[in-house]
Design a protein around this ligand. Structure first.
Ligand code: TXA
Ligand code: MG
Length: 314
């Protein structure tokens, strides 16, 4: 089976007990489903399953891997995934459940797939208020990664019909609970030693805390991230063989010290990309090489990320 090429007959079902049960079954099978939150509709998948997360990117047609927000049911569940300091706990206490996303240090034993954070050492977390998303979190018992349920570069979806127009044929199910209340994606802040930095303005205008200068400063495109995972070693692309001193990450017929996917499956390759890069960084080799990846479907996002990782840094 090649899930990345498999069209779906997308069904809209009402948000009720049967709808939640069906959505939870699909998520357990590693598929993404659309679900309303109080901000916008999200496209949710099991955040601990890298291939499920890869299918989110495939469905959205995202040309690059931006890190995704992980949704959980409670502060307790969030504290199993990230480290909270006093300030983070205070913000969570005042605004959760609700439209606030906290970017915090990722814990080592979180179980979150590396594709969710795009290889970063931080993770974005949110406890949503909408009962449909809360019921789905309870029914799956998993943390759910969920970007807005729109095709890449298009407007966010605030109704099930918007989701269908954008993602129809690429996802199996849309849970319909009518229009979302806020219609605007969550406010995102990073909390760290340098204070609280606003990464994305949103429904919560006044957080009641002083904001630190966002020193990374450059806001690239809306909703996009200024800092990216970058390996500490030089990276060579389109490598069909290993040169002396290199750790070769293979793909398909190019065998290496490791492989993104021996069968040439792009879903598997996307899911394993950041794990293979971290592993190469930790190896004894001084340089990293990566086999050619076809520039189609998820391969576009994989190549985008590899080109950024290979670009000279200053
Ligand atoms: O309201 C919302 O937040 C909606 C609903 C579905 O919850 N979700 C949403 O997700 O807007 P998404 O994937 O469209 O936006 C995620 C953004 C990324 O573009 C990035 O800017 C930021 O969250 N982000 C995620 N992880 C991050 C990290 N580790 N560091 C910095 N920014 C991060
Ligand atoms: Mg979005």
């Amino acid at each position: 089976m090649e899930p990345q090429n498999q069209p779906f007959e997308t069904r809209i079902v009402p948000y009720d007990e049967a709808g939640i049960a069906e959505a939870a079954r699909l998520i357990a099978d590693g598929l993404p489903v659309a679900v309303p939150t109080e901000t916008v509709y999200g496209l949710a998948a099991d955040a601990t399953n890298g291939e499920a997360v890869a299918r989110i990117y495939w469905a959205k047609g995202r040309p690059r891997f931006n890190p995704l927000i992980v949704h959980v049911g409670s502060l307790d569940a969030a504290e199993r995934i990230a480290s909270f300091d006093h300030t983070a706990r205070d913000l969570a206490g005042r605004f959760w459940p609700g439209p606030l996303t906290l970017v915090l240090p990722l814990r080592g034993e979180s179980g979150i797939a590396s594709l969710v954070t795009a290889g970063l050492a931080t993770v974005a977390l949110r406890v949503p208020a909408h009962q449909a998303m809360r019921d789905l979190l309870a029914a799956t018992g998993r943390p759910l990664a969920a970007p807005s349920a729109n095709a890449s570069g298009r407007l966010s979806a605030t109704r099930a019909e918007h989701v269908l127009a954008g993602l129809g044929g690429r996802i199996p199910l849309i849970l319909d609970a009518g229009a979302t209340e806020l219609g605007l994606e969550s406010t995102i802040v990073a909390v760290g030693p340098e204070g609280v930095r606003l990464l994305r303005p949103g429904p919560i205008a006044d957080l009641g805390v002083a904001l630190a200068d966002n020193r990374s400063g450059r806001v690239e495109a809306p909703g996009q991230l200024a800092s990216h995972y970058a390996p500490a070693k030089p990276l060579r692309l389109d490598a069909s063989e290993r040169r002396p001193g290199e750790w070769l990450i293979g793909f398909g017929t190019v065998a290496g010290d490791s492989t993104l996917s021996a069968s040439g499956d792009l879903v598997e390759a996307a899911a394993s990309l950041f794990d293979r890069l971290h592993e190469a960084e930790a190896s004894g080799a001084g340089r990293i090489a990566v086999a050619p990846i076809p520039d189609e479907g998820l391969g576009t996002a994989i190549n985008d990320r590899l080109r950024r990782a290979a670009a000279p840094r200053g």
